[in-house]
Ligand binder design. Structure first.
Ligand SMILES: *Cc1c(COP(=O)(O)O)cnc(C)c1O
Length: 315
């Protein structure tokens, strides 16, 4: 088997990210709650996409790409961080975004404006149209280009979160539960595979914030990442739990999500976002209230970032 360290990786972020105990929240929820601060990954406003981009952009560079395309919704944190990373590495970012969400110059749109990024909107619900448009634009430019899928969620991007599980193990900490938001799947798949490899006894739960077939997506990404690593593991949907926190829809705030954002801000001075981490933390609160955790259980919540979305979408 290979390890994540056998793959090319460009240093864009600051790792390892800290793990902190949330004392007040632990008292309120009756279990031991910790947070993995991937909102502090050190590029832009931080967030989970930086781990994936360290692998994806290393691959782009190795292939000689000068232009980097990616996609997502109008307030995609992933698109903003891809643009920031591309700028830092001297590559040209082009974002072809779905015309979905807040397109005004707020939140991530404001940051993309500040970086002078070429942002285009496409009125489609099908990413296949967008990937075809990337090829059309890329060929017309006549410069070598690299396409990063929505959320950076392919096998190579998923390695970023396999490596995060390795990082948690190397921080010398054991957790009974590891909880994250699931939007395009790479983060959850990486953590679930990484837990299988490096964190025995840790159960991973993904809080779904969109309405895609996540069980299938997660298993597929876990298998593809395991194949990249030549890992001798049997992957199945038994390896993880999922919970639906989408509420009124992707990128539309939910009542429980907003309550979770408020609870974290009021008790810990820590800011979640309405699209991903607020909904995910609402799932953790619901599990605690249902008695899913013992008082002595150690529960690690992945703070995957999302500040840009908070300022655009609000609560
Ligand atoms: C993209 C994103 C997620 C979800 O990660 P996926 O790998 O796309 O499932 C969670 N939180 C934030 C803040 C994100 O931007």
């Amino acid at each position: 088997m290979k390890t994540t360290q056998d793959f090319d990786r460009i240093s864009i972020g600051v790792f390892p990210t800290p793990v902190q105990k949330l004392e007040s929240i632990s008292r309120l929820l009756g279990t031991q709650v910790y947070v993995k601060r991937d909102d502090l990954t050190g590029l832009g406003l931080g967030g989970n996409k930086v781990r994936k981009l360290e692998y994806l952009l290393a691959d782009a560079k190795a292939q000689g790409a000068e232009v980097v395309f990616t996609t997502g919704g109008a307030q995609s944190n992933h698109a903003m961080l891809t643009a920031a990373a591309a700028r830092k590495l001297g590559m040209t970012p082009i974002l072809i975004l779905k015309k979905r969400g807040v397109t005004a110059r707020q939140g991530n749109q404001l940051l993309e404006h500040l970086m002078g990024v070429d942002v285009r909107f496409m009125d489609t619900d099908d990413y296949a149209d967008i990937y075809a448009e990337m090829d059309r634009v890329g060929k017309a430019l006549g410069r070598p280009y690299y396409k990063i899928p929505c959320g950076g969620s392919n096998a190579l991007g998923t390695l970023g979160y396999v490596d995060c599980a390795r990082e948690i193990r190397d921080q010398g900490l054991h957790f009974d539960h590891l909880i994250c938001a699931e939007g395009s799947g790479g983060t959850m798949a990486g953590l679930a595979l990484g837990a299988k490899l490096y964190l025995p006894g840790t159960r991973v739960t993904g809080m779904m914030v969109d309405s895609d077939p996540f069980e299938e997506i997660t298993v597929r990404l876990m298998r593809e990442a395991a194949a990249l690593l030549d890992a001798d593991v049997q992957v199945s949907a038994e390896d993880f739990d999922l919970r639906d926190l989408c509420g009124p829809g992707y990128a539309i705030p939910s009542q429980e999500g907003n309550a979770a954002v408020a609870m974290m801000a009021e008790n810990e001075g820590l800011f979640l976002d309405p699209v991903y981490t607020g909904k995910a933390f609402a799932g953790l609160i619901a599990m605690a209230r249902e008695g899913a955790f013992k008082p002595t259980d150690r529960v690690l919540f992945l703070h995957s970032g999302g500040a840009g979305g908070l300022f655009a979408v609000g609560v």
